[in-house]
Write a protein that binds this ligand. Structure first.
Ligand SMILES: *[C@@H]1O[C@H](CO)[C@@H](O)[C@H](O)[C@H]1NC(C)=O
Ligand SMILES: *[C@@H]1O[C@H](CO)[C@@H](O)[C@H](O)[C@H]1NC(C)=O
Length: 428
């Protein structure tokens, strides 16, 4: 079966559309499925501009899943792309301007090319995120809104050649909203299974994940067991524990709470993971979120102290890309009990909470020793490249501890509106 799966992928590469007229079960990868760790990276569509980070820059051979964000939701529940230039239209140097037909370019085409070259890479559309999440509440509260959400999200999946959907709803705020979210996920699962059946793929061929909160006031509202029944995995947003919004300087993404300096750890990952597990979410289905950024505090004497502002940041105030850290002149400290790092520059009185490479590696080891399903990174453009990549270093640890998930992506999208994608990009 493994051999036949390889052939199905190869046929796509060699013959394009004609070989794909009848998708095969092997395409979905369920038959080559194996237990293993997940490496899940967010790619944000605004990275193609000032950050100049393109899908081609992703460490595609290291990742098991790319979460492509973000799609937005309209007032009647319709899911739609937030930047059609970056998503569908941008021409890269290898894209022709002379193609005939209705064709897709931009990040979506590049993600599909990555799938062809890396059959273990699954791509998922992430819907929502912090900015668009306020748009979830009203439409998800009605049956018609949920139906339109499901129908339009699945239309995007089959048009864009994606392997799944990631719902980043920050956050359901009441028991009713939590129940509506459970219903939405159940209907999404039913809709995806109906689609896979229609195109000749086994149920479960397409994935659903959620980005889920690490703060108790947010996660205690959720119906975790209800959600879990429809999910392939959970991505715990195990960061943003302290920042400009805090009263004291603190750790952004610490694993444990501090006994000696409790003001520096208003939240911690361990407590969140314990709660999830106690409420029906298996650690093996949970990926620990890792911040590829640091949060700055200025006018401070150290951790757990008052501060007056935040530093300039790489792209927005107070937040530095991981690859920009530590800043010149700052000294790093690692705390192996908390699994947290911070830098301090006494001349500037600036403290930055982050995960150094040492803490990155310690967190990967902790994920393994606590039986978590893998890691998730927010977000890929902020990593270093080559041998200095945090993602690569962490994947090496996951991989050594029993290996990565092996499960082929899907290359057959017979209902796509895009001629070149439906034909599996035969000339690319
Ligand atoms: C929302 O999107 C759907 C398509 O997904 C569309 O049919 C509907 O008209 C849109 N609603 C509004 C208010 O724009
Ligand atoms: C910050 O301090 C104020 C005043 O003491 C308090 O009301 C608020 O809850 C604190 N905020 C946080 C995030 O701890």
């Amino acid at each position: 079966m493994v051999g036949r799966a390889a052939v199905a992928g190869l046929m796509c590469l060699l013959f394009g559309a004609h070989a794909l007229a009848l998708p095969t079960a092997e395409d979905a990868g369920l038959v080559t499925r194996a237990a293993g760790k997940r490496a899940v990276g967010y790619f944000v569509n605004w990275a193609v501009y000032g950050r100049n980070y393109q899908p081609q820059d992703l460490p595609a051979s290291k990742l098991t899943h790319v979460l492509y964000g973000f799609a937005n939701v309209n007032s009647t529940g319709g899911v739609y792309l937030s930047d059609e230039y970056a998503d569908l239209q941008k021409h890269y140097p290898t894209d022709s301007w002379n193609d005939v037909g209705n064709n897709v370019y931009g990040c979506i085409k590049q993600l599909f090319l990555l799938k062809k070259a890396n059959r273990n890479l699954k791509t998922m559309l992430s819907i929502g995120g912090w900015t668009y999440s306020p748009n979830f509440h009203a439409p998800l509260g009605t049956a018609a809104g949920r139906q339109q959400f499901v129908d339009s999200a699945i239309t995007l999946l089959k048009d864009l050649g994606l392997d799944g959907l990631d719902i980043d709803y920050e956050y359901p705020a009441s028991a009713q909203e939590a129940a509506d979210f459970v219903t939405l996920l159940k209907q999404l699962r039913q809709g995806l299974d109906a689609y896979s059946s229609r195109v000749g793929l086994p149920a479960g061929s397409f994935l659903i994940s959620v980005a889920s909160p690490a703060g108790p006031t947010n996660y205690e509202v959720m119906d975790m067991a209800g959600m879990d029944a429809s999910l392939d995995f959970w991505n715990l947003m195990a960061y943003d524990y302290a920042g400009s919004f805090s009263n004291l300087t603190g750790h952004d993404a610490n694993w444990a709470a501090s006994g000696s300096n409790p003001g520096s750890t208003p939240f911690n990952s361990q407590q969140a993971l314990d709660y999830y597990k106690a409420h029906g979410v298996s650690p093996a289905k949970t990926n620990l979120g890792i911040p590829l950024y640091g949060r700055s505090f200025t006018g401070t004497t150290g951790m757990g102290q008052t501060f007056s502002g935040v530093g300039q940041g790489s792209w927005e105030a107070g937040i530095y890309d991981w690859k920009a850290l530590p800043l010149a002149g700052a000294t790093n400290t690692d705390d192996d009990d908390l699994l947290a790092s911070w830098t301090y520059d006494s001349s500037k009185q600036e403290l930055i909470s982050w995960d150094s490479m040492h803490t990155m590696q310690a967190k990967a080891n902790k994920a393994v020793s606590t039986g978590l399903g893998g890691l998730m990174w927010w977000e890929t453009s902020a990593d270093r490249t080559g041998g200095d990549s945090a993602i690569s270093a962490q994947v090496a640890i996951l991989s050594a501890a029993g290996g990565m998930e092996q499960r082929n992506n899907v290359l057959s999208y017979p209902e796509s509106q895009y001629d070149n994608l439906k034909a599996c990009f035969p000339s690319s």
